[in-house]
Structures are given as structure tokens and as C-alpha cells.
Design a protein around this ligand. Structure first.
Ligand code: DGL
Length: 275
């Protein structure tokens, strides 16, 4: 295998649905020459409600499929899957590909910028109940006061409506929770949420009369991927980028939202991983 062939191997990205496209979009901006395979496990969306064991089974099977496609790096572009299955996927992949998750880059950001701050976090039930952030943040010993609250319906609502006005009613209910008041920053611990980032920002501006930092991991995760590829001499800086977008269940609403969000160039295919 020539080194050129090695660097042109694709980056595999997966999520339960369109959420991971927020990360894929940032990745394309940072790494325009990379080949990309995106897999949205729409047949099992939402992941947030599934058991840890179920998400682990989905994630390993998807990782196996991405390995078969010769991916050099697998990006788990989903907090719920990271919380439930990152360690397992990493063990399964071994040294056959690099595995990157969406949690560690955020923890790294907190470490450098948010000592002694009060931070809110919203995510799925799986992500919040796993306590993955709390464990990692507490181990930094930086006196960061983290309160996590599950906004479980949001991802499905975004999948259904995209960035629509109707989302504001859900935000009014969820973000009014006492644990999310008087915070310096809010972590969007679900890759669907950057799609409605402006609404969240506006909600806090109106309800607290102040601007808080909204921590959206897309860019820092893309930078982490770039760094990892660079360190492993796997950066692809030649040729044109090929992008394949697969879903385990093809629905019109998914296709519509994915196109709206990522641009008209998206070509979605059904990949029968569970048939
Ligand atoms: N986008 C996902 C996450 O980051 C999953 C949302 C869901 O399927 O519940 O957690």
C-alpha cells in the first residue's frame, strides 16, 4: 500500500441522524480534501432513549462497516454514542483506525478556559445519565461547577422540524430548569443542537439579559481530527474530496433537513445495515 493510498482513505463519521452533520460540516471546512463517509443510523434514532447495551451494539456494527470501507479515522459524532460506547468501539477498532469522540475536545476546552466557572450542559438522557462529563470535569480539579440537564425531546424535534420556530416552546420549558440558570456557559452536548444554536443564545439573552458562551464542539472536534491525522501522517491534501452520505432508514424529512443543512450537493443513500 503506497502512502498516498493510505492518506486518501476516508474519514468515517456517524450519528443517529442529522446531528453529526454539524460536525461533518466543520470537518469539511477544516479539511477540504478529505474523503468522507457519513452514516446516520436513522432506523434507531433517537439514541438518547436507548439502553447503553443497545447503543453499544449499534456503534460497534457501524464501526465495523466503516472499517470495511477502509476508514483511517472513525469519528463518533454523537454524544450519546460516545457516552455509551466510545471505550468499546476503541477497543474493537484497536490499531486499525484512529477513533475520535466529541466529549474529550470539550473537556479540553473547559480545562483551558473555564476554571471556577458555572457551566450548564444539555444533552440526551443517555449522555446526562452516563455522567461522562461530570466524571471527566471533576477529575480536572479546577472547581468547575457543572450542572447537566436532559433535554431529551430536542434531538427528535430538530430531526422533524429543523431550525423551526416551534423549537422555541421546547426551549422555554427545558431551559427554565433551575440548574440552567446563572451560568457562564452552556455546553451543547448533543450534535443536533448546533442547528438551533441561535435560538438558544437568544433565549438566554431574553431571559437572563446577558450573553452566555454557547459551547458547540463542531470546530474543536474538527481541529482534533486534523491534529490526530497530522500526528499520524495521515492528512490528505491532494485531489478532490468524495463524500458519501448513508442512512439506515431513508425518510423524506431526513433528506430534506440534511440538504437544507449541508447544502444541495448532498446525495443520500439507503445503507441496509440492519436488513
Ligand atoms: N446527536 C446525538 C447526540 O449527540 C443523538 C441524539 C439522539 O439520537 O437522541 O447525542
Amino acid at each position: 500500500m503506497t502512502s498516498n493510498h493510505t492518506t486518501s482513505r476516508p474519514i468515517g463519521i456517524f450519528d443517529s441522524g442529522i446531528g453529526g452533520l454539524t460536525v461533518a460540516k466543520a470537518l469539511v471546512a477544516h479539511l477540504p480534501k478529505e474523503n468522507i463517509i457519513y452514516f446516520g443510523d436513522t432506523a434507531h434514532m433517537p439514541y438518547g432513549d436507548k439502553s447503553t447495551a443497545a447503543i453499544q451494539a449499534y456503534a460497534v456494527k457501524i464501526a465495523q462497516m466503516l472499517l470495511q470501507q477502509e476508514c483511517k479515522l472513525i469519528l463518533i459524532a454523537c454524544y450519546s454514542a460516545t457516552a455509551a460506547a466510545y471505550e468499546l468501539v476503541k477497543e474493537y477498532i484497536g490499531n486499525r483506525a484512529i477513533v475520535v469522540n466529541v466529549v474529550d475536545p470539550v473537556v479540553h476546552l473547559l480545562k483551558g478556559n473555564y476554571a471556577a466557572k458555572r457551566i450548564g450542559l444539555i444533552g440526551t438522557r443517555q449522555t446526562v445519565n452516563s455522567n461522562i462529563f461530570k466524571r471527566k470535569v471533576d477529575s480536572l480539579k479546577l472547581d468547575i461547577n457543572l450542572s447537566a440537564y436532559s433535554t431529551n425531546l430536542l434531538a427528535s424535534a430538530i430531526e422533524e422540524f429543523g431550525n423551526h420556530l416551534v423549537i422555541d416552546s421546547l426551549l422555554d420549558v427545558y431551559l427554565a430548569h433551575p440548574s440552567l440558570q446563572e451560568i457562564d456557559a452552556l455546553i451543547l452536548a448533543c450534535t443536533h443542537y448546533p442547528i438551533i444554536k441561535e435560538r438558544i443564545l437568544l433565549h438566554y439573552q431574553q431571559s437572563q439579559q446577558k450573553t452566555i458562551d454557547i459551547i458547540d464542539s463542531s470546530d474543536i472536534v474538527a481541529q482534533t481530527v486534523k491534529m490526530q491525522l497530522d500526528e499520524n501522517l495521515l492528512l490528505n491534501d491532494q485531489g478532490t474530496s468524495n463524500k458519501h452520505f448513508y442512512v439506515s432508514d431513508y425518510t423524506d424529512s431526513f433528506a430534506r433537513n440534511a440538504k437544507l443543512f449541508f447544502g444541495e450537493t448532498i446525495h443520500l443513500e439507503h445503507y441496509p445495515l440492519w436488513d
